[in-house]
Design a protein around this ligand. Sequence first.
Ligand SMILES: Nc1ncnc2c1ncn2[C@@H]1O[C@H](COP(=O)(O)OP(=O)(O)OP(=O)(O)O)[C@@H](O)[C@H]1O
Length: 350
Amino acid sequence: MTSRTGAAVTLSACGKTFADGTRALAPLDLAVAAGETLVLLGPSGCGKTTLLRIIAGLESPDAGGRVLFDGTEVTTLPIERRNVGMVFQSYALFPNMNVLENVAYGLRVRGVGRAERERMARAVLEMMRIEALAERRVTQLSGGQRQRVALARALAVRPKAILLDEPMAALDAALREHLRGEIDALLRRLSITAVYVTHDQAEALALGDRIAVMREGAIAQLGTPREVYEQPADAFVASFVGTTNRIEGVVRDGRFECAAGVMELSPALDAPDNPAAALLFRPEAASLVPDPAAGLVLKVEQAQFQGARQKVTLLSPDGARVVVETPPDLDLAPGMLLGLALDPNRFSLA
Ligand SMILES: Nc1ncnc2c1ncn2[C@@H]1O[C@H](COP(=O)(O)OP(=O)(O)OP(=O)(O)O)[C@@H](O)[C@H]1O
């Protein structure tokens, strides 16, 4: 199979209020570049699936909303005329057909002759390294194999875009991680436009060229994984993407004071006095100092060795929990007191 490029997908003022009055999406604009993988990430009910269905043509946007593929309006075209491939959480394969027939199905519907559709379906199976499964019934496949077949079926019709709705939600964690790498490599190799819905932030960070973090029917932030992680637009994005530690306290005379102690703030920060401040930082932005004499002192609750690093959960005297990721060389035990040293460029005050 030769490589190909997908279509640019543009949404303009696409909102959705369902017949029962539920407002799933506020009118929004979104441009997915040709060949790009855009991940829609957000909590349950935030409108991810609705947005995907509008792109697919399974749902129409409210009046005024427009969908364009490569600049051509497709707003009123039904799904079968948009040439998109879809992959869902449930495999939706035909149990009465074997793998090859499943993958060739979309080609059959499009009137491609038997020999040609078999050749094309086999080429996709080969590309995904599952050609050995061609004659198997789908009921004889594992979950991971079924999901590969579902992906092969979506790709076989050479779609302009592939739309994936939590395709790995039903798989176990190890398989998900493995398949994630495969899907990533495949989408890149094909330069196909992909929109991928998930509520799994690790999946989003690994797969997306860009991530749209959604909240209550709107896009809270749109950016590269690095932008969204390192410069979250607000506290919601920060807490939804990655772990964010939060220590409550006060800022007084250029110092942050809390139940765990006192931290000097750099004069460059010019932090104003604040009676209800919070210190926010990522687990990897702090290091742990044995035998603390001053500063912020926390008690080890749990240290989890993870090979290349360890994940340490610490308790502040007021009960707040803090997670720190450090190199594995510190020998830690529950109950130990440690100092918390923050990288001056990698924390913020709220
Ligand atoms: N056909 C419908 N009629 C009425 N409300 C609907 C319909 N479909 C979805 N909704 C509502 O619209 C909102 C957004 O739903 P949507 O399925 O897009 O969310 P989601 O982010 O994909 O959630 P999840 O991760 O749980 O799948 C929800 O409040 C949902 O209940």
